[in-house]
Design a binder for this molecule. Sequence first.
Ligand code: SAH
Ligand code: SF4
Ligand code: F3S
Length: 472
Amino acid sequence: MLKPNLSEAKKRTNKEVLTKSFEYTKLDNLKELGSGKKYFIRTYGCQMNEHDTENIKAILENMSYVETDNYEEANLIILNTCAIRENVHNKVFGMLGRIKNLKENKDDVIAAVCGCMAQEEVVVNEILEKYNYLDLVFGTHNIHNLPRLLEKAVSKKEIEIEVISGEGSVLENLPVKRDSKFKAWVNVMLGCDKFCTYCIVPYTRGKQRSRNKDNIISEIKQLVEEGYSEVTLLGQNVNAYGKDLEGNYGLSNLLNDVAKTKIKRIRFVTSHPWDFTDDMIATIKSNDNIMPYIHLPVQSGSTKILKSMGRMYSKEEYMTLFNKIKSNINNVTITTDIIVGFPGETEEDFKETIDLVETCKFDSAFTFAFSARVGTPASKMKETVSDETKKRRLNELNEVVNKYAKIANDKYLGKTVSVLLEKESNKEGFLSGYTDTMKLVNVKASEEMLGQIVYVYINDVKTWSLNGEIRS
Ligand code: SAH
Ligand code: SF4
Ligand code: F3S
């Protein structure tokens, strides 16, 4: 049993980051382990978590497991969890209750928890105490060991726990079963060293480590060959790409090189304002295949709260960057993340956040109530905002955010925009996709048009989506 360890997870050293390659040969004697069996996997977290699920699916299918979307008929259930806020914990523990019922009524069910919650010492202790009917817990640093761990879990009665709390390595060559045939996630940077005081990610994902650029470029070249039109470069703090490598090669250089692969659309998330350079603005501006869409989390409009969050910029510095991006990149969309109810946030601080939203008029924003995470510095701060006040502030903020989301969308009425048609819409006979600026568009089109980039004339505007018709 290897349990997570918070103090190990907090450590940062200058030790060299190892790059490991997934060894398919290790699978050889396990290729039939899942023969005749079905797996169910549920994903609770961010894009990186979703991408991990794509790797897990491919590993399982290489072991002959077949996917099902009904957990009740699965022989293997995996919950790929997220630790960012308490409400995800509640959902996961609720699901564990249902799995208990299932296991009581059905033999031959293996249940596993992985992802960021598995990296939390408190969670694993709770699992051992109350949910020890589970078969397997594994972390974010050892997905590649899944075949061996499953073999153990299948043959043994007690719960198998393997969670590594180190700084992490870089894994190359993991198999992947991508959700989409048209757009793909590509990890460029793993972990995070920013240690924002509220955030658990640096403890669940290890230290900031960049993938070698040649590996990234060859993955993207292969995606182009396979017919993919869009890549999203992923990192918790993607702008810091390369800072942990030798030389001066950063995200701006990487974006330039990715642009040369001729992939039609390039996106990247998430940008921390601290590392957003002028070079990046110039690169986005000069490459038509880098999309004019930037997710730039601000978190708060109060410099006092930003300081306490450890964000390393003031409200004014954020505004300066925001304006620079807006005035330099034609037609750019900027979205953000905001937390309300951080310890010490007064009505005045909250008003500054509202004022910032009124000034920036974001195209949209993800808004959250502060949730104390064990092990983070903010969890030791005195909570000064009641749940009721957090809820009220969140509602007030959402009203302003929604107002500007609608105003931003209104500007599209009567315009023609390019859209990558990526999936069937909820409405029969309609497909949906996103504009270069990340606006969701629904359009009447036949299934054969999936994967195409088409021009759409927008004739109807909602707060969160646009409707239109194809113009050839
Ligand atoms: N790496 C990204 C954020 C990842 S988490 C970045 O730095 O921008 C996504 C969002 O969740 C954060 O931007 C923040 O707004 C929110 N969040 C993170 N920790 C939180 C917490 N403890 N309580 C509430 N919201 C939180
Ligand atoms: Fe968390 Fe901050 Fe790192 Fe984003 S930059 S993952 S909010 S610590
Ligand atoms: Fe959640 Fe882990 Fe992503 S905590 S937001 S799944 S990095």
